[in-house]
Design a protein around this ligand. Structure first.
Ligand code: SAH
Length: 281
């Protein structure tokens, strides 16, 4: 039953319109999980979430001046970081009107390093082969039609262009209690069935992309959930008791979700071939 639950792009946009301020506050300005090398790594949430952005950036094989697409750009922090570090121009799209506004207010927009707009990743408003590289951090996760979203990126990438994705995965069977936790988390964050690496890889191959690397960092990011849950419990609660209770419930869901060993996380690096060989079987 829960497997059928599939939010529309508008549902996802509304959820982020309402939650971006809170999520940015608890995730160090980014809206994605953090990367910690090991248990001894004492990086702050901001350092760890920036480190994940950098893992994506280093895999994009960027050259100064490249035109880069950020699909699901959040409040624009990853885009400005990548633009600044590698001297590229990043165009960010987000389904959330509120995020597009927050991102557009960044000073780097004035310098022309980054630009942002509201658009649907499943119907990108760009011509074919428009971008040198593209990345998507925790955005395909929300899309009900990932095959179309990935076909769209492949279309707007120039031949030889790289795509890097970062997403949570679900691998292995869930018992009834675990399935309930996953269902609660999917409702909270407007997520269709979470999907696994093989599904993403299959979509990429079907879109004509060549998969260069799959990197499992599930254990490096796991700490993020507990930290986010604790921070949400600690934020200044609205005077409205019901809202405050809702936040505490959200924190519990996030924490339990993060404890599930079946929930992994990975990066995938793919390339649009210079000479298309046709979709692989
Ligand atoms: N990549 C950002 C934000 C991640 S949160 C960061 O790492 O900080 C998920 C993002 O995906 C949000 O910006 C949300 O608006 C975007 N998103 C989800 N579904 C989308 C869709 N159909 N089209 C465009 N963006 C989408």
């Amino acid at each position: 039953m829960t497997e059928q639950y599939a939010p529309t792009a508008a549902d996802v946009g509304t959820m982020y319109d309402q939650s971006t301020d809170l999520l940015s506050e608890v995730m160090g300005g980014n809206i994605h999980l953090g990367y910690w090398r090991d248990d001894e790594d004492d990086a702050t949430v901001e350092q760890a979430t920036d480190a994940l952005t950098d893992m994506v950036g280093t895999r994009l094989a960027l050259s100064p001046g490249d035109q880069v697409l950020d699909i699901g750009c959040g409040s624009g922090k990853p885009a400005t970081r990548i633009a600044h570090t590698w001297g590229v121009h990043v165009t960010g799209v987000t389904i959330s009107a509120q995020q597009a506004e927050i991102a557009a207010a960044r000073p780097e927009v004035g310098t022309g390093q980054v630009s942002f707009r509201q658009a649907d990743g499943m119907a990108l408003p760009f011509p074919d082969a428009h971008f040198d590289n593209a990345y998507a951090i925790e955005s395909f996760l929300h899309m009900s039609d990932r095959a179309t979203a990935i076909t769209e990126v492949a279309r707007v990438l120039r031949p030889g262009g790289i795509l890097v994705t970062a997403n949570p995965y679900q691998q292995g069977e869930l018992d009834a209690r675990e399935a309930e936790i996953v269902a609660d988390n999917r409702k909270l964050f407007q997520i269709p069935p979470i999907g696994n690496v093989d599904e993403y890889v299959a979509h990429m191959r079907k879109a004509g992309l060549e998969v260069l690397e799959t990197l499992d960092i599930g254990e490096n990011v796991r700490r993020s959930h507990t930290i986010a849950a604790d921070l949400i419990r600690g934020v200044d609660k609205p005077s409205d008791g019901a809202l405050s209770e809702e936040l505490n419930r959200a924190a519990d869901i996030i924490e339990h979700f993060g404890e599930l060993p079946q929930i992994g996380y990975g990066l995938i690096v793919a390339r649009r071939p210079c000479h298309p060989a046709g979709p692989a079987a």
